[in-house]
Design a protein around this ligand. Structure first.
Ligand code: NAP
Length: 270
């Protein structure tokens, strides 16, 4: 594993760092920065990693730099790095939503190796899903190094074009919230049946977890087939599913995902 600098000690970088250390990466090969001391010192104490308030010191230390600040800060952070540190042969990885490669490259050097990723929140529990796109300056060796980092947070796919980042955004990026909404609605109805809040949550979370695990454990079986397998003709499940299809759920899901896709493109444009 190469040396990695995390710019920003926030949620996403914290999740990646946690995954890396849990997967046996040497904590002394990781440095995290943050202007205020609390968050970086907390990560440092929890995982035994190095920390500094100085982005330049961290970048100088590392081969791979993970840019984990809010999107509107990326350009400012990159310009400051480029003006003060030799970034030749370093690979920069952005997890920022809506920040285009051309914007990041313009703030670094035009020929800097830059990777854009679109992770999602389950990265915090090691079950993330990330889309990755690399510009033409990223070497195979750098790709492998970044794969090793992202793999510590869950699964990933390489994308063939930067536009794929918007596609991933509307599927897995925003996706956890789609499932949360569905679970919330189920939990709400369970409560109206008289279950306690605790029971309602357990009934829903275990069902969601079980269903997702069945999908994961049976890669050769299509998801539609798994549904058919548990839907007896004239039974309770069929009665419920008919309401979903008659109510246009598949079309609604497509409309919702298209809205997320459109919004991702708008944010990138702005
Ligand atoms: N959270 C997610 O699930 C998720 C999913 C996909 C993509 N992302 C992307 O991940 C990035 C970070 O999101 P987040 O949720 O982790 O945000 P966050 O928790 O707010 O983390 C950002 C961190 O950057 C620090 N920071 C601010 N200015 C800095 C500077 N000049 N140098 C170094 N660090 C600086 C902030 O410190 P202070 O708080 O002290 O200002 C904060 O700790 C965003 O670009 C977001 O689009 C996040």
């Amino acid at each position: 594993m190469t040396k990695i600098a995390f710019i920003g000690a926030g949620n996403m970088n914290g999740a990646i760092i946690g995954g890396m250390v849990k997967n046996g990466v040497d904590p002394k090969s990781i440095i995290v920065t943050n202007p205020s001391p609390e968050k970086r010192e907390a990560l440092s104490a929890k995982y035994g990693i190095l920390n500094t308030a100085d982005n330049l010191e961290a970048v100088a230390f590392a081969d791979t730099v993970i840019l984990g600040v809010k999107p509107h800060l990326i350009v400012e952070v990159c310009k400051n790095i480029t003006a003060n540190v030799n970034i030749d042969n370093k690979c920069f990885v952005s997890v920022a939503a809506g920040c285009l490669l051309k914007t990041i490259q313009a703030a670094l050097h035009e020929n800097t190796a830059v990777i854009r990723t679109m992770p999602n929140t389950p990265a915090q529990v090691g079950l993330g899903m990330t889309g990755i796109f690399a510009n033409e300056f990223v070497t195979d060796e750098q790709k492998v190094a970044v794969e090793k980092v992202i793999a510590c947070t869950g699964e990933f796919i390489w994308l063939e074009s930067e536009a794929g980042i918007d596609d991933v955004t509307c599927v897995s990026g925003s996706g956890p919230a789609y499932f949360f909404l569905f679970m919330e609605a189920m939990e709400q109805h369970a409560k109206t049946l008289g279950f306690t809040a605790e029971q309602s949550r357990l009934l829903v979370q275990q069902t969601a977890f079980g269903a997702a695990s069945m999908v994961v454990d049976n890669p050769e079986v299509e998801i539609g087939q798994l549904r058919t397998n548990v839907t007896s003709k004239g039974g309770t499940t069929q009665a419920a599913l008919l309401q979903f299809t008659d109510g246009g759920l598949p079309e609604l899901v497509a409309t919702a995902m298209t809205a997320a896709h459109t919004r991702a493109k708008e944010l990138a444009k702005n």
